[in-house]
Design a binder for this molecule. Structure first.
Ligand code: SF4
Length: 287
């Protein structure tokens, strides 16, 4: 197994190979306020969506490959050992952020597209227990939510809930029947609503929403109203949402459309967050 290079992690450095591992990578996360250990189930850079803002270089359409679970377990154990008992923090993490915050299923594609997803969640639970970390750090699934209807994904969510984890379910705009420009995939509104309800029924679920301007145009009032209506209807249907993670463009897109994207003004993001709060939603804003 490759030794961890002695290079300080930066807040902007979310490369998946910074530890030299295949499946496990450390990042200093502004989101987490410390070190987040990422688990990448898509080392083949394959996703079933192609969001315009996606930060994965060389993204291709597809699913996760067959995973070597023994290797994944060994990598996670080595990483946690180095963080807890080695010199990882001193050598690689800026002062003030030397705290292990969470494990995040967040890789170069959609994690739940792995048919071994449920096994991996269980494996992570076992390794966390071995290190005495179970229930002490967060476990987050960052997902586009498109495969929540699969039984093995639902099993993984049940295990995630037992670990005290949470789902971050991607919802960038109100889903309309048809092609989503932002996510470059066909969606059905009813299907998105159903999958969101499944997720929230099995594990605490936050929405993750990325807002930006495309060709200089921010989402218009009709789009924002439709988005808020969709959330309102979900809550009327009894879907328990933990809240909304509202993001701007934190890092540059690696997709061909990158030059067409620009960040929304902070004041615009704050005004949208205020509307959500006024609608009764918990909002965490990262403009
Ligand atoms: S769902 Fe995530 S990994 Fe897939 S294209 Fe969108 S941002 Fe990239």
């Amino acid at each position: 197994m490759t030794a961890i290079p002695l290079q300080t992690l930066q807040l902007t450095d979310h490369r998946r190979d910074s530890a030299g591992f295949t499946y496990v990578y450390p990042v200093v996360s502004r989101r987490a306020g410390g070190v987040s250990v990422g688990i990448n189930l898509n080392p083949n850079d394959a996703c079933n969506w192609r969001c315009l803002y996606c930060q994965v270089p060389g993204l291709t359409r597809g699913s996760a490959p067959v995973l070597d679970l023994a290797q994944l377990r060994a990598e996670l154990s080595a990483m946690l050992h180095d963080i807890l008992h080695g010199d990882f923090m001193v050598q690689r993490v800026p002062e003030g952020l030397r705290q292990l915050k969470d494990i995040a299923f967040s890789g170069n594609g959609e994690p739940t597209s792995s048919h071994q997803f449920a096994e991996v969640v269980a494996l992570v639970g076992t390794v966390l227990a071995e290190f005495g970390l179970a229930g002490k750090i967060g476990v987050v699934l960052i997902s586009n939510g498109s495969l929540m209807h699969r039984p093995e994904v639902q099993q993984g969510l049940r295990t995630l809930a037992q670990l005290g984890g949470e789902v971050w379910f991607k919802l960038d705009r109100a889903p309309a029947d048809g092609f989503s420009t932002v996510n470059q995939v066909s969606l059905q509104c009813e299907g998105v609503a159903r999958r969101l309800a499944i997720s929230a029924s099995l594990c605490p679920t936050w929405l993750q929403t990325c807002m930006f301007a495309l060709d200089g145009a921010l989402p218009d009032e009709a789009e924002l109203a439709a988005y808020l209506d969709f959330l309102g209807e979900a809550r009327r249907q009894g879907v328990a949402l933990a809240g909304v993670l509202l993001y701007g463009l934190a890092r540059p897109s690696m997709q061909p459309e990158a030059p067409r994207l620009s960040a929304a003004p902070v004041a615009w993001m704050e005004a949208l967050a205020a509307r959500m709060v006024a609608a009764g939603l918990v909002v965490r804003l990262s403009p």
